[in-house]
Ligand binder design. Structure first.
Ligand code: PMP
Length: 456
């Protein structure tokens, strides 16, 4: 389809004024971005009227799909009643209190306190400061190193890029002191010759080696996504998290889960750590908290941490103008009530999740270009591989997956590529027929990639 005059005008203004996220802007300007103009349910339309099935919930966030009137109305009603107030000045407001009551009703009883932010990056930036503050209060100020994982993603600010494991991000802006990294539990790429279980233990035990190398008295926390999202929807081997938890407890290191992608029902449990069966001290949240209708994030603390900060911490030297914003809180309330009362999380667990996972495995388990299908609930990845048996990846897997993503757009489906993996995370409200369409179009994109790049 050729771009309309309207589209061309948007593209040239976009090129004149924007630098887009994680893209080569010069290349993007030459190709011209797609202009997305409308959304309804799982569908998006561009400025030329072409429809796409959104297999990524925007950026893993539109859990309830696009165009929910109840969420829009919750925002509007709150804007009329009290558009803004803050949690400084000895004040609070009803919406943020009601949100916390609701949130701690769905969270496991281990957690008691929330500090609200405006994004996932901000939640993790706050995490870095909060865990260090916690150890100061405990009389151990030298415990300040945070250990993350290579190929982990925790945000785009200076601290979160240092905590995350994307070295090209650290190269921009510089690495900070008091951060360290261990390897990722990516069995397909790094565990050839080992069983998944043996690799899972080995990957987790890297944490113990790193803690001993740095000195347990210097390590504040280990921070990780329950499954890596931006890194490629990498699900660790089943024994990984229990071993990580054992190590953290042994060395008195806080265990912090970045639940920005895995929270709010993505795996069929409310939170990713519940799916994997471990108990973090903190949870970083965003995205699914408001279904992306309005920016909001937060840091959730266990009773132990929250009460220590309150009882012994004195002034908590942190705050932001929009933290706990009443309009965002009103949307979060409507969103969580819909997820809970309309049964979407249960549906992912018992119906649509198993349906998608089965369909993907039936379609790709024996596909000549695919080495592995991973995922649970409504999140999944398929791994391009040259040879499944030996876990040999294509040398140019990045280009292959990028090509697949691009032909996916042409086929009318939005799936994302990271390294050699195609990843998907449709809205939790997806129907069986939308999941059929998602997998069918993904298959077409994979097959076309094989033909067009002469891989078959
Ligand atoms: N943590 C994780 C696990 C993420 O996936 C992301 C964003 N994709 C972030 C943090 C950062 O969130 P935000 O983009 O809202 O700053």
């Amino acid at each position: 389809m050729t771009a309309s005059v309207n589209t061309k005008a948007y593209q040239s203004l976009d090129a004149a004024h924007h630098i887009h996220a994680f893209l080569d802007q010069k290349q993007l300007n030459a190709e011209g971005p797609r202009v997305i103009t409308r959304g309804e349910g799982l569908n998006l339309w561009d400025s030329d009227g072409k429809r796409y099935l959104d297999g990524m919930s925007g950026l893993w966030c539109t859990y309830l799909g696009y165009g929910r009137k109840d969420l829009n109305q919750a925002a509007f009603k709150q804007m009329e009643e009290l558009v803004y107030y803050n949690l400084f000045f000895h004040t609070t407001h009803p919406r943020v209190i009601e949100l916390s009551e609701l949130l701690f009703g769905i969270l496991p009883s281990k957690y008691s306190h929330a500090i609200y932010t405006n994004s996932g990056s901000e939640s993790n930036e706050l995490l870095i400061r909060t865990v260090r503050r916690y150890w100061q209060i405990q009389g151990k100020p030298e415990k300040k190193i945070l250990i993350g994982r290579w190929n982990g993603y925790h945000g785009s600010t200076l601290g979160t890029a240092a905590l995350g494991g994307m070295d090209f991000m650290q190269a921009m802006g510089g690495m900070l002191p008091d951060f360290a990294h261990i390897g990722e539990p990516y069995w397909f790429a790094q565990g050839a010759g080992l069983s998944e279980q043996d690799f899972g233990l080995k990957a987790a035990q890297e944490l113990e080696i790193k803690i001993l190398e740095l000195g347990a008295d210097k390590v504040a926390a280990f921070v990780a996504e329950p499954f890596q999202g931006a890194g490629g929807m990498i699900f660790p081997p089943a024994n990984y998290w229990a071993e990580i938890q054992r190590i953290c407890r042994k060395y008195d290191v806080l265990l912090c889960a970045d639940e920005v992608i895995s929270g709010f029902g993505r795996t069929g449990e409310w939170f990713g750590h519940q799916h994997f069966g471990f108990e973090p001290d903190t949870l970083s949240i965003a995205k699914g908290l408001t279904s992306g209708y309005i920016p909001m994030g937060g840091l959730i603390l266990s009773h132990k941490m929250g009460e220590t900060l309150v009882e012994k911490g004195g002034v908590f030297a942190h705050g932001s103008t929009y933290g706990g914003h009443p309009v965002a809180a009103a949307v979060a309330i409507a969103n969580i009530k819909a997820l809970r009362d309309e049964g979407w999380v249960d549906r992912v667990k018992n119906d649509t999740g198993p349906y998608l996972q089965k369909l993907l495995r039936e379609t790709f388990d024996n596909h000549p270009l695919i080495g592995q299908v991973q995922g649970h609930g409504l999140v999944a990845a398929i791994q391009f591989a040259q040879d499944k048996a030996t876990q040999k990846r294509f040398a140019n897997e990045n280009d292959i997956a990028w090509h697949c993503r691009s032909v996916g757009f042409e086929e009318g489906v939005i799936i994302r590529s990271t390294l050699g993996r195609m990843i998907m995370a449709p809205a939790l409200v997806a129907t069986h027929s939308e999941l059929d369409e998602l997998v069918e179009k993904t298959k077409r994109a994979v097959d076309r990639t094989g033909r067009e790049l002469k891989l078959l």
